[in-house]
Design a protein around this ligand. Structure first.
Ligand SMILES: Nc1ncnc2c1ncn2[C@@H]1O[C@H](COP(=O)(O)OP(=O)(O)OP(=O)(O)O)[C@@H](O)[C@H]1O
Length: 695
C-alpha cells in the first residue's frame, strides 16, 4: 500500500524536476511495484544523480520496500551520497520516519561489493567457503607471478609476458567474455606466440586461487555470473529485489549486463542510467554497447528517457564541450542545452612550459579566492597522475593546501598493505599472498621458509592448527611465537571489532620501525586506517569494501587536511567523474597528454580520449581554463643531455572550434622579460659540459 495518498497530497517534492526528469522518476512507479524496464540517457550535468535519488525516494514513498531495492553505483562514495539524498527527499514527504526507511536501503553499493555479499550469502549452494578473501590487483599480480614461476615460464629464453601483462590478458578474457586469442588479438598482439602457455598459466592460477580460498576482483563478477547462469539460483536472487537500479551504466562490462539480465530477464523493475558520451572505462572492458543495446534486450523494448537540459555549466562552456563531442565518430545523445547565459568564454591558455602552467594556475586560483571562491570550489584536472608534479611543487612552495585524487592510493603504501595482510591472513589462513608478505616481515624468515609453512597450511584440513603446529623457521627466534600469538588472538575475536585493530597495530609497530626509516609518518597512516575501520561492522566487511573500492585521496606531506579546512582539488579526469566545481583548470591539453600517447593505438581508443576531454570540460560550472604548455622537458640520452620537445594543441580542439574559446598567451609577452630573454639567448648544455669533465 502506498505510504502517501497520491490523490490528496500532490507530490510537491517532484515539482523542482523538469518534465523529463519527472517522467524518469515516475516511470512505472505506481504503488511502488516493479514496472517495465527503463533506460535514462542522462547528459553531463543533466541532474542524473538528482533524478536517481528522486526515483528511489519516490518508489519508497509509493510503498516499495527499501530492503528490496538493489542500487548499484560506480563507487562506494556515490552509493552513500545517493542514500543520503534519498533520505533527505523522503524526509520531506514522510517526516522523521524516513530516516529508518532510507537506512533500510541496505543493498546500495558497487557492483563488485554487492557481488561479494551475495556470493557469501549463497556460498553453500555454490560450493564456496564464505570466509573467502579478496585479492586486489597487486595481490593478483603477485599470485600470477608465483604461478608463472612455478610453471617455469619466467625462465623461458624469449621473454614471456610480464605478470602485469598476463593479468591484464586474463582480466580481459574474463570481463569481455572472450577467448585468450581474442584478448591478445585486440590489445596484446606481441603475446600471440604464447597462447598455449597463457592458457596453462590461467588454469593453474585459477586452481591456486581455489586452493587458497581467494577470489580476485574479476572473480566477483565471474562467480556471480556463473551462479545466476543456473535458473533456480538466478530466480531466487532476482526475487529478493523488486527494483534494481544501476548508475553509470555506460561503464559496465558484458559480465555485468549478463548478471542484470539473469536477475531480471523480463526487465521488470530494472532501471539503468548513463551517458554514452561519458564512457571512459574501456580499459576495464566496459562497453558502451551495454547502454546502446539495452532497450532492445526486452520485449516490449525498454522505455528510453533522455535528459538534455544541463544545469551545471554556462552556455559558452557547454558550447565548447558540445563542439568537442560533436566531432566524435559515433554518438547517441544530442547536444545539451542550458539557460545559464554568460558572456565569458572558456579560456584556451598558451603557456611556455609546465612551470609556467603551474604558476598560471596558482595565480588564477588565488585571484578567484580573493573574489570569494573557496579553494574547494576549484579543481585542477589532468589525464595522468604524474602530470600534476610541477604544480604540486609550486603549491607546496607557496603553502597552498591541496588534496589529490587518483594515482597512488593510500592502500598501496607498503605499511598499510602489511597491516591489511595480517587481517586478511587471520580471516583466511590459506591466503598465500597475505601469508607470504606477513611472514617475511619477521627477521630471519625468507621466501623458502615462508613457503614451507604455507605449504603445510594450505594442505591441512585445519589451517590454523597447521600453522600453530608447523616447525618454526630456523632463524625466526622470539618473533615467531609473537606472530602466532597475534594470529591466534585476532582469530578468537576476543578483543572484538574494531578494537582488534589496535592489537594488530601494536604487533606490527616494532616491525615497521625496523623496516622503515620514516616510521613516524607511516604510523599516522595506520592510526588513520584504524579510524576508517571504526566505520565498519566487521573485519570481513572492512576488508572487502576497502579492497574493492579503496579511498583514493593522497595529500601533501602535511597529512590529510581537516574536514573544515580549505584545500584545492587535484584530480585525474577519471577520478573527477560525477563531480562539479565552480572553476576547472585542465592541464596539458596537448597531443601526447590528451590523447595520451598510450591511447592512440586504435580509433576506439582515440574516441575514448575525446570523451575524457569532454568529461573534464563538463565538470566546470562558471569558469574553464584549458591550458596548453608549448614545450616539455624530456630526459634524453647521456650524450645529448636533457632537452625540450615541442607540443601541439590537442587534436580534439581543431581550428574550427577555436571560436568557442578566448585565446590568451600567459604571461603576456612584454610582462615576462625572462621568457623573452630565453628566446634570444643561446642554449647551453651545462649537463654535458659537467659530464665531459670526467672523460
Ligand atoms: N531540476 C533541476 N533544477 C535545478 N537544478 C538541477 C535540477 N536537476 C539537477 N540540477 C543541478 O544540476 C547539477 C548537476 O546535477 P548532477 O550532479 O545530478 O548531474 P549529473 O547528471 O550526475 O552529471 P554528470 O553525469 O555530468 O556527472 C547539480 O548542481 C544539480 O543540483
Amino acid at each position: 500500500m502506498a505510504l502517501l495518498d497520491s490523490t490528496t497530497a500532490p507530490p510537491g517534492y517532484l515539482e523542482a524536476l523538469n518534465p523529463e526528469q519527472r517522467a524518469a522518476v515516475e516511470h512505472g512507479a505506481e504503488g511502488g511495484a516493479p514496472g517495465a524496464p527503463l533506460l535514462v540517457i542522462a547528459g553531463a550535468g543533466s541532474g542524473k544523480t538528482n533524478t536517481l535519488a528522486h526515483r528511489v525516494a519516490h518508489l519508497i514513498v509509493e510503498g516499495a520496500d527499501p530492503r528490496r531495492i538493489l542500487l548499484m553505483t560506480f563507487s562506494r562514495r556515490a552509493a552513500s551520497e545517493l542514500s543520503r539524498r534519498v533520505e533527505r527527499i523522503a524526509r520531506r514527504v514522510l517526516g522523521e520516519g524516513a530516516g529508518a526507511l532510507a537506512d533500510a536501503l541496505s543493498w546500495a553499493g558497487t557492483f563488485h561489493g554487492i557481488g561479494a555479499r551475495l556470493l557469501r550469502e549463497y556460498a553453500e549452494q555454490l560450493g564456496l567457503d564464505p570466509a573467502f578473501t579478496i585479492h586486489d590487483r597487486e595481490d593478483s599480480a603477485d599470485l600470477m607471478n608465483l604461478v608463472r614461476h612455478e610453471l617455469g615460464f619466467s625462465k623461458t629464453e624469449t621473454r614471456f609476458p610480464t605478470k602485469g601483462a598476463c593479468l591484464a590478458i586474463y582480466s580481459r578474457c574474463v570481463n569481455a567474455e572472450c577467448s585468450v586469442e581474442e584478448a591478445i588479438g585486440h590489445a596484446y598482439p606481441w603475446c600471440s606466440s604464447w597462447v598455449d602457455e597463457l592458457k596453462r598459466l590461467f588454469g593453474a592460477y585459477v586452481e591456486a586461487k581455489q586452493r587458497q580460498n581467494v577470489l580476485d576482483y574479476d572473480d566477483l563478477l565471474l562467480y556471480w555470473a556463473g551462479a545466476v547462469a543456473h535458473p533456480e539460483i538466478a530466480a531466487d536472487m532476482g526475487e529478493r529485489f523488486d527494483h534494481v537500479l544501476v548508475d553509470e551504466y555506460q561503464d559496465t562490462n558484458r559480465l555485468q549486463s549478463t548478471i542484470l539480465r539473469a536477475l531480471k530477464p523480463e526487465g521488470r523493475g530494472l532501471t539503468v542510467v548513463g551517458d554514452d558520451a561519458q564512457s571512459i572505462y574501456s580499459f576495464r572492458a566496459a562497453t558502451v554497447r551495454n547502454i546502446l543495446d539495452f532497450p532492445s534486450q526486452f520485449s516490449p523494448a525498454a522505455q528510453v528517457i533522455t535528459l538534455e537540459r544541463n544545469y551545471r555549466s554556462t552556455q559558452p562552456i557547454l558550447a565548447a564541450a558540445n563542439g568537442v563531442i560533436g566531432l566524435a565518430k559515433e554518438r547517441f545523445t544530442k547536444n545539451l542545452w542550458t539557460e545559464r547565459a554568460s558572456g565569458v568564454r572558456p579560456r584556451l591558455v598558451a603557456v611556455r612550459d609546465e612551470a609556467d602552467q603551474a604558476r598560471y594556475v596558482v595565480e588564477q586560483v588565488l585571484e578567484k579566492r580573493e573574489e570569494g571562491a573557496a579553494l574547494k570550489q576549484q579543481a585542477v584536472l589532468f589525464r595522468t597522475s604524474h602530470h600534476s608534479g610541477p604544480l604540486e611543487l609550486e603549491l607546496t612552495r607557496r603553502n597552498i593546501p591541496f588534496v589529490k585524487f587518483g594515482g597512488l592510493k593510500f592502500l598501496d603504501a607498503a605499511h598499510v598493505k602489511d597491516l591489511l595482510a595480517l587481517l586478511r591472513f587471520v580471516e583466511n589462513p590459506r591466503d598465500r599472498v597475505a601469508g607470504f608478505r606477513l611472514m617475511q616481515l619477521l627477521p630471519g624468515v625468507g621466501p623458502t621458509s615462508a613457503q614451507r609453512v604455507l605449504d603445510a597450511v594450505e594442505q591441512a584440513a585445519d589451517p590454523l592448527a597447521a600453522l600453530q603446529g608447523a616447525p618454526p623457521p630456523p632463524r625466526s627466534g622470539a618473533d615467531w611465537p609473537g606472530f602466532l600469538g597475534v594470529v591466534a588472538d585476532l582469530r578468537t575475536g576476543r578483543a572484538g571489532w574494531p578494537a582488534e585493530m589496535e592489537r594488530a597495530r601494536t604487533w606490527y609497530e616494532p616491525h615497521l620501525e625496523r623496516v622503515h626509516e620514516d616510521a613516524a609518518a607511516r604510523q599516522a597512516d595506520l592510526v588513520q586506517l584504524e579510524q576508517i575501520a571504526g566505520g565498519y561492522p566487521s573485519r570481513e566487511r572492512f576488508l572487502t569494501d576497502l579492497t574493492l573500492d579503496p579511498p583514493d585521496a593522497t595529500s601533501d606531506q602535511a597529512g590529510p587536511p581537516l574536514k573544515d579546512e580549505d584545500y584545492l582539488i587535484l584530480s585525474t579526469i577519471h577520478s573527477a567523474k560525477g563531480q562539479e566545481w565552480k572553476s576547472v583548470f585542465l592541464l596539458n591539453a596537448v597531443d601526447g597528454c590528451i590523447p595520451s600517447d598510450l591511447g592512440t593505438g586504435s580509433s576506439a581508443e582515440v574516441e575514448e580520449e575525446r570523451r575524457l576531454l569532454y568529461v573534464a570540460m563538463t565538470r566546470a560550472r562558471d569558469d574553464l581554463h584549458v591550458i596548453t604548455p608549448q614545450r616539455f622537458f624530456t630526459h634524453g640520452q647521456a650524450s645529448r643531455g636533457d632537452r625540450h620537445v615541442y607540443a601541439s594543441r590537442t587534436r580534439f580542439i581543431p581550428g574550427d572550434l577555436l571560436g568557442h574559446f578566448e585565446r590568451i598567451a600567459w604571461p603576456a609577452a612584454d610582462a615576462s622579460p625572462a621568457a623573452t630573454a630565453s628566446r634570444t639567448l643561446p642554449r647551453v648544455n651545462l649537463g654535458g659540459q659537467m659530464r665531459g669533465m670526467w672523460r
